[in-house]
Write a protein that binds this ligand. Structure first.
Ligand code: DGL
Length: 271
């Protein structure tokens, strides 16, 4: 595998751009190729089997682009499908659960951690299991907050409506947690509202930075960090509605996307 090959990043849609943004900031020399499965989003309200079926299609498509490493930016996929992806691909696969749980375990003071995620992520128990292993003395409560995803995509991240939704999901956790793990790609966009509802004593942890650190360490250990001095290239693919993807993407990526290519992942095969 060549150090010059791109890093593949995928998510169910635009949300994983929050991880890509950190990746580009921290590893600016790396070429990247991002795939958002906008034809099948959301994943977070589906069964684990369906999520894995979709994830394998995405991963194989990116692998065919000659990527050197796959970042699974989607928490729902990381929670359900990481082993299936690692078994299917000949390259390293990095998910967000383990790095996110490590960051929360390092951050908590009193050992009370609230994990927020999609219904599928919470139901998988993946964050809860990782935190029990990494911080055995902590108490962990997990809460599904499905309405945060459409709110973030609509750009309704401030004001009365997201505030009421956050109150409804989180008000009873106010005294139950000193650390909140944002276990979904979209939730960092709602960080301000979540922080307001949870109160100033609560630390918010986002897995993006810890995931990028894991990627950097893995590439370094395998001598796969890109050293070339030419400008890094960033490709973006999606499976439906590229114009809507571009319009929403800027909010997640923090800058405009030059172009988005529409791709067809075909159908699932067990081979
Ligand atoms: N990307 C998903 C996650 O992080 C959220 C959006 C979805 O449900 O597909 O879990």
């Amino acid at each position: 595998m060549q150090a010059d090959a791109p890093i593949g990043v995928f998510d169910s849609g635009v949300g994983g751009l929050t991880v890509l943004r950190t990746l580009i900031e921290k590893l600016p020399r790396e070429h990247t190729i991002y795939l958002g499965d906008t034809a099948r989003v959301p994943y977070g309200t589906r069964s684990g089997e369906t999520v894995t079926r979709y994830a394998l299609l995405c991963a194989r498509h990116l692998a065919a682009h000659g990527i050197k490493l796959l970042v699974v930016a989607c928490n729902t996929v990381s929670a359900h499908s990481l082993t299936a992806l690692a078994d299917a691909l000949p390259i390293p696969v990095v998910g967000v659960i383990e790095p996110g749980a490590q960051a929360a375990a390092a951050r908590t003071r009193g050992g009370a951690i609230a994990v927020l995620g999609t219904p599928a992520t919470v139901a998988s128990g993946a964050y809860q299991a990782a935190l029990r292993r990494l911080a055995p003395l902590s108490s962990v409560v997990a809460r599904a907050c499905p309405l945060f995803v459409p709110l973030a995509e609509e750009g309704w991240i401030d004001g009365e409506i997201p505030r009421l939704v956050a109150e409804r999901y989180l008000s009873d956790l106010r005294r139950a947690a000193d650390t909140v793990l944002l276990g979904c790609t979209h939730y960092p966009l709602l960080a301000r509202v979540i922080a307001e509802v949870m109160g100033p004593q609560v630390a918010l942890v986002d897995s993006a930075e810890a995931t990028v650190q894991a990627v950097a360490a893995l590439l370094e250990a395998r001598s796969l960090l890109r050293t070339g001095s030419s400008a890094a290239r960033h490709g973006t693919l999606c499976t439906d509605l590229p114009d809507r993807f571009r319009a929403v993407a800027e909010r997640f990526l923090g800058r405009p996307l030059p172009s988005v290519e529409l791709v067809d992942l075909g159908t699932f095969s067990h081979s």
